[in-house]
Design a binder for this molecule. Structure first.
Ligand SMILES: NC(=O)c1ccc[n+]([C@@H]2O[C@H](COP(=O)([O-])OP(=O)(O)OC[C@H]3O[C@@H](n4cnc5c(N)ncnc54)[C@H](OP(=O)(O)O)[C@@H]3O)[C@@H](O)[C@H]2O)c1
Length: 325
C-alpha cells in the first residue's frame, strides 16, 4: 500500500490505517454494533475479534494502527497481537492518545464510559501505561480531543513534557472533535514554548457530511504536519442508505464499490490527507473500506459530493446524540 511520511521526520504510514475505538471495549457510538459484534462481548470474545481484524488488516496491507488509553483494552489487544505475530520492532506504526480514562468497567450500562483529564499528571501516567504496552512501537502520541476550553494548549508544563517526548523520537500530535475543530488546529499551530512547538501531527474529523476543518488541515499539512482523518463515514451514517443522498449512491454504484469506499476515497483524494482511519468492526467491512484505495475522482464530481456537507453545529449536535451501544 502507498505510504506517506507522518509529518516532518515521522515514520512512513500506510494511507489507510485501522482505528481500534470500536473493538477495544464492548460499548461504542457506531450505529449497528449488535449486528457486527459477536453475541458475547466478553473480554475473550472481543480479543479474538480484534486479533482476527488486525490479521486481516495486515493481510490487506495496513501498517498504521490507532488506539487510545480510553478505548478499553485496545492498546492491550494491539500489544498482545504484535507479540503473538512477531511484529515488534517497527513492522507496523502504532499511534495512541492520552487525556481520557476508560471508566466503563466493561459494562454496557455504565453511567460514563470515559472521563477527560488533560493535566500533566494524566499525561505522565498514561504515557507510562501506553509505553509499557506498546514500547518503541508507539510512534505517535496525541492529546485526545484537545479543546480550547480545557486550556491544554496553554499549559506550559504539558507542552514542555510533549517537547521532551518529541525529542525522544515520538511524533506528538493532537486529535480534535466538535464544531471548533479548525480553531483548535489553528491554535495548536501557534503554540510556542521557548520558540518550539511540539506538534507535527493532527487527527481530525472530515467526511462528506462534515468538511469544515478542511482549510485548517490543509494549512497544517503545508506546515509539514502529518494529517490523519477519523470518522470518515460519520460513525456509519454515510453507509446507511440515504444519509449521503442519491449522489453518493450513484457515484459508488457507477464504480462498483460500496458507499463506504466512495466516502473514504473522497478523503484519500484530498491532497492534504495522509492517513484515513478505517473504523471497521468486521473483516467484510474492512475489505469494502480497502476498496477506497482504488477510487478516483474528477474535481467537479468531488465538489458536488462535498456540497452535501451539513452545518458544523448541526452535524456535531447529531454526533453528540449517538448512544453508546
Ligand atoms: N477524538 C478522537 O480522537 C477520535 C474520535 C473518533 C474516532 N477516532 C479514531 O478514528 C477511528 C475511526 O472512527 P469511526 O469508527 O468513528 O469511523 P467511521 O469510519 O466514521 O465509522 C466506522 C463505522 O462505520 C460502519 N461501517 C464501516 N464500514 C462499513 C461497511 N462496509 N458497511 C457497513 N457499515 C460499515 C461500522 O459501524 P456500524 O456497522 O456499527 O454502523 C463502523 O464501525 C476510530 O477507531 C479511532 O481510532 C478518534
Amino acid at each position: 500500500m502507498e505510504t506517506r511520511r507522518l509529518g516532518k521526520g515521522g515514520p512512513p504510514v500506510t494511507r489507510l490505517g485501522l482505528g481500534l475505538a470500536a473493538i477495544g471495549r464492548p460499548a461504542y457510538i457506531n450505529l449497528h454494533r449488535s449486528r457486527d459484534l459477536p453475541g458475547s462481548r466478553s473480554v475473550a470474545a472481543m480479543r479474538t475479534l480484534a486479533f482476527g481484524l488486525l490479521d486481516h488488516a495486515l493481510e490487506g496491507g495496513i501498517r498504521y494502527f490507532d488506539a487510545a488509553r480510553s478505548y478499553g483494552r485496545a492498546e492491550e489487544f494491539l500489544a498482545g497481537w504484535l507479540d503473538l505475530r512477531g511484529l515488534r520492532g517497527g513492522a507496523v506504526v502504532c499511534g495512541s492518545k492520552w487525556g481520557y480514562t476508560y471508566v466503563g468497567g466493561w459494562r454496557m450500562d455504565a453511567l460514563a464510559q470515559e472521563v477527560k483529564d488533560h493535566s500533566l499528571n494524566q499525561l505522565v501516567s498514561q504515557l507510562g501505561e501506553s509505553r509499557r504496552l506498546l514500547g518503541d512501537d508507539l510512534r505517535l502520541y496525541q492529546i485526545h480531543s484537545a479543546t480550547l476550553e480545557s486550556g491544554v494548549l496553554e499549559d506550559r508544563e504539558v507542552l514542555t513534557r510533549l517537547l521532551t517526548l518529541a525529542s525522544e523520537g515520538v511524533v506528538v500530535g493532537l486529535s480534535v472533535s466538535g464544531p471548533r475543530q479548525a480553531e483548535v488546529v489553528e491554535r495548536a499551530m501557534e503554540v510556542s514554548v521557548d520558540g518550539r512547538n511540539p506538534f507535527t501531527a493532527v487527527q481530525a474529523t472530515w467526511n462528506l457530511l462534515q468538511t469544515a476543518a478542511g482549510p485548517a488541515l490543509r494549512a497544517a499539512h503545508d506546515r509539514g504536519w502529518g494529517i490523519l482523518v477519523k470518522e470518515g463515514l460519520a460513525n456509519g451514517r454515510l453507509v446507511d442508505a440515504g444519509e449521503g443522498g442519491g449522489r453518493v449512491a450513484e457515484s459508488a454504484s457507477r464504480r462498483g464499490v460500496g458507499l463506504d469506499a466512495l466516502a473514504l476515497g473522497a478523503i484519500l483524494s484530498q491532497s492534504w490527507c495522509d492517513v484515513v482511519l478505517s473504523g471497521a468492526v468486521t473483516s467484510r467491512q474492512l475489505d469494502s473500506n480497502l476498496e477506497a484505495l482504488r477510487v478516483t475522482f474528477e474535481d467537479d464530481e468531488l465538489s458536488e459530493l462535498t456540497a452535501l456537507a451539513e452545518e458544523p453545529a448541526e452535524y456535531w449536535a447529531r454526533r453528540a446524540k449517538l448512544p453508546w451501544s
